[in-house]
Ligand binder design. Sequence first.
Ligand SMILES: Cc1cc2nc3c(=O)[nH]c(=O)nc-3n(C[C@H](O)[C@H](O)[C@H](O)COP(=O)(O)OP(=O)(O)OC[C@H]3O[C@@H](n4cnc5c(N)ncnc54)[C@H](O)[C@@H]3O)c2cc1C
Length: 393
Amino acid sequence: MHFELNEETRGILETARRFVENEVQPRIREEGFKRDFVSKMGQLGFFGCAFPPRFGGSDSGFLAHSVVCEEVSRGDSGLRSLFNLQGMTVPYTIMEWGTQAVREKYVRDLVLGNKLGCTCFSEPNAGSDLASMETRIEDRGDCIAVNGAKTWISNGTVADYAVVYGSYDRSLKHRGLCAVVVETDQPGWKARETPKLGDKSSPIAEIHMEDVRVPKENLLGAWGQGFTVAMTALDRGRISVASGAVGLAQACLDASVAYAYQRVQFGRPIREYQQVKALIAEMVAQIDAARLLVRRASWLNDQGAPFTREIAIAKYFAGETVVRAAGIAMEIHGGMGYSLEMPVEKYYRDSKLYQIAEGTVNIMRLLIGDDELGIKKANRPRLHVPAEFRGLE
Ligand SMILES: Cc1cc2nc3c(=O)[nH]c(=O)nc-3n(C[C@H](O)[C@H](O)[C@H](O)COP(=O)(O)OP(=O)(O)OC[C@H]3O[C@@H](n4cnc5c(N)ncnc54)[C@H](O)[C@@H]3O)c2cc1C
């Protein structure tokens, strides 16, 4: 693994930095979904790093995806979820598990930001325990029918296409799961926005599906292969989530350094106090470590190597890092940390999701602990590797 980013990745990183400065920062206090940002980010190639040109991408890889996602999250963590939905858990899952016809139909428009995607795993009674999903996916002969409810669906109110997981036979537990691509304009699809703590530019929804019809070719993988599809999608999604955590943690550090220069107490800028320096040093060390872990996992994925263990470690560590960094930033800002005038109260609210989404802290610990203790190996050979899709005609 090289620690230097290549020229292509440095180029897209610079583009992301300019986009954040010129477009995101001026509208940072504007809450709500910004459709124009999705189109812009799609056109700038932000979602397409891992995709071949034919599907709207640049073939620059998962490490590049991670770097760009980090930079945008540094500007607004709420935009981070788009990297997942427009880049990983929706279009990449379709690339990996869909037929060529299904890829042709959906992937390019998602990657370019022309259409919006969402991923539906979570349900009122099935969060960490995905195998207990109650949504029913049935073969009706001429089509597939989907019935059930989903919660916490990012982009749920705005998505055109959804990757929906459910079971065709609950007695089979995880072996009964399936994944299908649903077009959300079908009769029976209802979405209602869920109010939440942070990430205000990323809408979250509760979804109800009543006899939603899906063409049979929209099944991803085979009947009963949905759990494997979900696990590969989660690995990719964890790259976006962990990268977003690093970006937001960096924003906390940047704000803290600036404030430590500006704020004077007892006749000296607070940066001169050793306890403030120690807090800054703690942030720097943890962010550096988190970034290296995320980049190692992304790089392994680029090599076609298994990376489930490494991305779980990265996601766990980055999630803990960002929550700690947001807390430290609040501390360094004193009363101003609590004020709506400064960005750190937003960082504090936004940080918490990184310990929850795409697998909670406990689930990451479980995966890492089981692997280390030899109870369940995390890294297994993959059915598909990125090289298969490179240069796909
Ligand atoms: C902002 C945000 C965006 C989200 N976006 C999406 C999305 O787009 N699509 C989607 O499908 N979902 C999404 N989610 C849902 C998210 O994936 C779930 O919240 C998460 O998987 C946890 O599930 P849960 O909330 O049901 O918690 P639960 O699974 O009920 O967990 C509750 C607590 O119990 C602990 N726990 C559970 N099982 C174990 C165990 N075996 N061992 C130890 N501890 C355990 C958990 O760690 C947690 O602390 C999103 C959530 C948030 C907050």
